[in-house]
Design a protein around this ligand. Sequence first.
Ligand code: TEU
Ligand code: CA
Length: 564
Amino acid sequence: MERKWWHEKVAYQIYPKSFYDANGDGIGDLQGVLARLDYLQELGVDILWLSPIYCSPLADQGYDISDYYGIDPRFGTMEELEALIAEGRKRGMGVLMDLVVNHCSDEHEWFRKACADPDGPYGNFFYIEPYDGTHLPCNWRSTFGGPCWDVLPGHPDRVYFHTFHRKQPDLNWENPQLRQEIYKMMRWWLDKGLAGFRVDAIINIRKPLPWRDFPADREDGLCSVASVQTQATGIGAFLREMKAEALRPYNAFTAAEVFGIPPERLPEFEGEDGYFSTLFDFSSELFGQTAEGWHTYTRITPEDYKRCCFAHQAATAGVAFPANIIENHDEPRGVSRYIPAADRAAMSPAQYERAKKLLGGLSFFLRGLPFLYQGQELGMENVPFHSIAELNDVSAAQNYALALAAGRSEEEALAVCALWSRDNARTPFQWDASPNAGFTTGTPWMRVNPNYTRLNLAQERAQADSVFHFYRKLIALRRDAAYVEVLAHGSLTPYLPEQGNLMAYLRRNGGRTVLVAGNFQLEPQEMALPAPIRQVLLTNGGAIAFWEDRVGLEGYAFLVAELA
Ligand code: TEU
Ligand code: CA
């Protein structure tokens, strides 16, 4: 594959609302990000993705944009964003904005104009259909529950389509005028010096038209819009046009959120001449999910995780450079998801820290672009929610109701939501042990995880073998002049994949071979070596016995070693 400037970088997702609140109103802001740029430089990351900070009513935490050209005053000003781009550039950091163009907010002027005159030019910026008061154009269910159709405000004889929340009307990408408005906006932002975009929910922009029912997947007679989307064809025409008109002229970097395409289409989306620079590998996040709701999800085991990672690595080997994550703003905290609950319950705090490092290291050195999520570098954990009222996420309310309707008790329904809710990733970053974890001097918009008194940056900075310092070592090793060729650009070959709860792989390039291995269980196990160890590069503090032809790994021991 041709080398790109971003292949040697490490990316970091900032959820601004929960990162750092500089003005004490309880909401994270751009001044807060600016104030913490030196921290991000100390960590060693150099691509920053900002979750949406555009004007928004925050019906979906900013993924419902009411002005694509404005910064929401809650987050700050355009001048502060421009300063962030400039300050980032001084530190060798590129800034990505979140490109949310499958839909906008129902408070956007386009939608207001469509409501004022559905037959005018802005009516065709959306999917607006006649409505007889009974029959909807199709039986698709929105991501957040209920039909994808709502009555157009002021027009009981019309309905409009929304993949997500009813306050997020889908933009009609079949309309070339709409597409040109989007490309113009993208160029405007790239002219400001953005390195590119994270591209939101983009697979939804082409619908399997004409509107028609699909077999119901639940008692409500509806079917999941996500499953229907897989029937759509022709999205390439739009994505090729977007790339030609708004991305390629700027050599813009794009990390796209794409669900539901088969592995054989990955080169089309993220290959040498793909629509995007890279796609997030969501294979382990999607594992065990169903259309019935969170109460029917199955948890992923270390063996499942290994298989997901290696399958995606095989599908992208030599043709694409995937973005690798263990969590983001839509997912539970990775350490609470991928480390088996039974193991967690049996671990000492020190063992849990080692397990967090093992998970982070195994993901980090996969072939591709490591994409960290704010707080991952501290080993931040899921929140012990005690009431459904504590949950803010629109997804949680729907899934709580689904669990109860399926006969689960209130305790079981709460436990399911506490495990899977996006709120787990949206609690304030834990800076120190001062009130509200140093996130705000005001009242935080979302409760801080009560474990902040023991789990916070200040404490981890002072602890030499903390998860934080371990992530700094991961980043430094991948960037090390002696190893960047093999760890950033090298091939990946699974090693002993059939050995249970051993996740190991070989990275090779330029005559160097690096073994990355983790004993993903409490019980110790031995691992034969494919060649003698030349140098141990990194461990996570787990006890390792070394012999010429094998190593003995204690539970959750992690090892990175160059082989002879
Ligand atoms: O998520 C896209 C997406 O597919 C969601 O349905 C995701 O699976 C869901 O949020 C999980 O509960 C993007 C954003 O990442 C998400 O935060 C937004 O809610 C969504 O688009 C709408 O913009
Ligand atoms: Ca603030």
